[in-house]
Design a binder for this molecule. Structure first.
Ligand SMILES: NC(=O)c1ccc[n+]([C@@H]2O[C@H](COP(=O)([O-])OP(=O)(O)OC[C@H]3O[C@@H](n4cnc5c(N)ncnc54)[C@H](O)[C@@H]3O)[C@@H](O)[C@H]2O)c1
Length: 707
């Protein structure tokens, strides 16, 4: 079997080992077995003076098999294999191309020389999965480039290009011509030079690269960039040890540390999200052979904040897009904002001026619906007004070509009611982008009962084109993300009425890991935006006179957030400053509403904000709004700044334990009354039955299979 995965060819004394494990040459069990066999074959031959290790397809080994993380530790196996490569008596050259990450780079470090095609990228991104390089990377890389640069690569988790790799010194040469031929020539040259091969493991680490000062700098970085996490510190410990331990002992320490890292909640959470993000496109109830419709041209209606951002997403993906608005003025304003967004990217060196020009050429403007006739997807992003949207879709229905996907970016409106304005509800879907649409990775894809399987598939594939992470939802008020936001934000606002300062609430949330405290988020989004939503949906809300009253009080005082320089905070540029005036307004409102005052510690703030958020997740799952618990986790990690290392709200609920969450909901229910603290039926069922979310999902799948 290994023959198919690896081929060995001889080129006048140079053996070329070419691995073929599509799609991205993951170093899985099959590859390791094949490499092991190949080494046995090589050792049996006496005509080999050098070897080249390379891969077929789009990339050199892209990394280890993340799927093995949950199983027994594999490090010993990697270690033995890589040591065996390093121990070969003649030079082995790694010939790399594509994206060489993690274990892929580590195998190259165990070779005696490394060459690469132009454009190759190299990285050790393990900390993003809560682990450290575990196949020799923490011990071999410092022997080539020193402790400081290794720490830089590992803690930044960002890939480097060939120029940096050459400069750092773990890459020996860039091969401009044919990679394999260049690598063979390089190997032959090393063999001709004679002597024993240059084994990375036998090199000494430059002690100056591991000074106390350097280590202190990275410890500081680990504390700030990886707050609440241990992995970065573990990586520092392992990499630092390379300066004092011989390779064999260093590798043993690395193995121990990586296995400890894998057992942390942080790593389990990050690996959970890694797979969750790959799972979201799987929709059990649509036939496997459902084909997506091609999307070659797009149209966006409404050239405002969202419409402009969505147009940028299409242009970035090279899909021509036309923007439609009601007046030339609105259109020009929208196009100017888009140009400004690109300009700032050019200024920050993120985009060349030519690329900007090319992308701007992808974006057209029109006032005429006839111009939408050839679009394969039409996304509406006008004001949040049901009648307006219905009128617009009736108009779209007249001009859109047969088979065009019709989408609305509504945040709160009933998509069934919008679809009913057309004669083709099967083509209608919600595409809920997040602001700024060109930056935020999340796309909630909202199906109605009428949306066809083909349209769902098209939307999920379109997300990939637009480099978004899609999550499928069903229609309900707020879909997945905003619906869960309701209780979270409600409590934050209520707590400031009870006497906590906005800073206290936001600091507790940020200290715990949220990207931004919720009150600061409101200031950023605009207090008026929230107030408008609450006003137009007042009839949906429970009879609580204090409900969202912090927002209302600030709004009435003309404090609309960052755009007016004042909201929950005062702003100097983007800097938040505590503002006694805001606090006085909140106190006055609390007094008028007779809200009892109390003292809050961080634990209470976190529980009161996060328990309702997680509880609503159980409702959403129980009602079938979300397909699976992990989809909910993806929504919050990709769209709402939930700390990835806590795995998302549903994962976190299991970290604290479902019985603890249920008890917490009941405890606050006793204190504040049941109105906002009713535990979700699914939470009660699982917590009281001693079952996990995975148990429930498994049973549900079995039930639907047997039907
Ligand atoms: N802003 C956000 O954070 C956000 C996030 C997700 C979804 N949304 C939703 O996206 C939609 C748009 O929001 P926005 O923030 O971009 O609003 P916006 O006010 O910035 O832009 C709306 C645009 O629609 C145009 N418009 C109004 N009536 C029109 C018509 N009849 N025909 C064509 N164009 C018309 C306006 O001229 C304006 O350019 C809303 O449904 C909103 O709920 C907004």
């Amino acid at each position: 079997m290994s023959d198919a995965i690896i081929s060995i060819t001889a080129h006048d004394g140079v053996a070329v080992l070419a691995v073929h494990n599509p799609p991205v040459n993951t170093i899985d069990a099959k590859v390791r077995a094949a490499l092991g066999d190949a080494l046995v074959q090589l050792r049996a031959r006496d005509d080999v003076r050098a070897a080249v290790l390379c891969c077929e397809g789009s990339t050199f080994f892209s990394g280890a098999d993340v799927g093995e993380f949950a199983g027994p530790p594999m490090e010993e196996e990697y270690r033995a294999l890589f040591n065996a490569i390093e121990a070969l008596p003649y030079p082995v050259v790694a010939a790399m191309h594509g994206t060489v990450m993690g274990g892929g780079l580590e195998i190259a470090l165990a070779c005696h020389a490394r060459v690469a095609a132009p454009g190759t990228r190299f990285g050790l991104p393990e900390v993003t999965l809560g682990i450290i390089p575990g196949a020799g990377g923490t011990q071999r890389m410092p022997r080539l480039i020193g402790v400081e640069k290794t720490l830089d690569m590992v803690l930044s988790a960002r890939p480097v290009d060939t120029e940096t790799a050459l400069d750092y010194g773990f890459l020996d040469r860039v091969i401009d011509g044919e990679l394999r031929a260049g690598a063979i020539a390089h190997a032959r040259g090393l063999a001709a030079a004679g002597g024993t091969p240059r084994r990375t493991g036998e090199l000494a680490v430059d002690p100056a690269s591991a000074s106390d000062e350097i280590i202190a700098r990275f410890v500081e970085q680990a504390n700030t960039k990886y707050r609440n996490r241990t992995t970065a510190h573990t990586a520092i410990e392992a990499i630092r040890a390379s300066a004092r331990l011989p390779l064999a002992q260093g590798l043993e320490l690395e193995t121990r540390l990586v296995n400890e890292a894998k057992r942390t909640t942080e790593s389990k959470a990050l690996v959970h999200l890694f797979f969750a993000e790959r799972e979201t496109r799987r929709v059990p109830d649509i036939p496997a052979d459902t084909k997506a419709r091609p999307v070659r041209r797009a149209a966006v209606i409404g050239a405002g904040t969202m419409g402009g951002g969505i147009a940028i997403c299409f242009a970035n993906a090279g899909v021509p897009v036309v923007l439609l608005d009601t007046s030339q003025e609105a259109l020009e304003r929208g196009l100017a904002t888009i140009a400004k967004t690109y300009d700032s990217m050019v200024q920050r060196g993120r985009l060349t001026a030519e690329a900007k020009a090319k992308r701007m050429q992808c974006i057209g403007g029109t006032l005429d619906y006839a111009a939408l006739g050839d679009a394969d997807v039409i996304i509406e992003a006008v004001f949040e007004d049901l009648d307006l949207k219905r009128r617009i879709f009736a108009r779209i229905d007249e001009v859109a070509r047969h088979g065009a996907v019709l989408a609305t970016n509504t945040s709160t409106l009933d998509i069934d009611a919008i679809a009913a304005a057309t004669k083709r509800p099967q083509d209608m879907i919600g595409l809920h982008f997040f602001s700024p649409a060109n930056v935020m990775p999340l796309l909630e894809v909202v199906r109605t009962n009428d949306t066809s399987a083909e349209v769902i598939r098209t939307a999920l594939d379109l997300a990939r084109t637009l480099r978004k992470t899609p999550v499928l939802a069903r229609v309900c008020y707020g879909f997945i993300g905003n619906r869960m936001m309701e209780g979270y934000a409600r409590e934050a606002e209520r707590i400031v009425l009870e006497g906590a300062t906005p800073r206290q609430v936001d600091s507790a949330l940020e200290g715990w890991g949220m990207a931004m405290g919720i009150l600061a988020v409101f200031d950023l989004a605009g207090i008026d935006v929230g107030v408008n939503v609450h006003r137009s949906n007042a009839d949906r809300y429970p009879p609580d006179p204090t409900y969202y009253q912090a927002d209302f009080a600030l709004h009435e005082a003309g404090r609309l957030g960052q755009k007016t320089g004042k909201g929950y905070y005062r702003y100097e540029g983007r800097r938040r400053i505590d503002d006694p005036e805001a606090i006085a307004i909140l106190r006055a409102r609390a007094q008028a509403l007779a809200v009892p005052q109390s003292v809050h510690d961080d634990a209470e703030i976190l529980e009161r904000c996060l328990y309702p958020l997680m509880n609503e997740g159980f409702r959403i799952l129980g009602e079938g709004i979300a397909l699976r618990a992990s989809d909910i986790d993806v929504v919050w990690a990709a769209g709402y700044g939930f700390p990835r290392y806590r795995g998302g709200p549903m994962f976190h609920a299991q970290t604290i334990g479902l019985p603890a969450l249920l008890a917490g909901m009941r405890r606050y229910g006793e204190r504040f009354g049941p109105m906002h603290w009713e535990p979700a039926p699914l939470l009660v069922e699982l917590a009281e039955g001693g079952r996990s979310l995975a148990d429930w999902e498994r049973e549900r799948a079995q039930r639907s299979e047997s039907r």
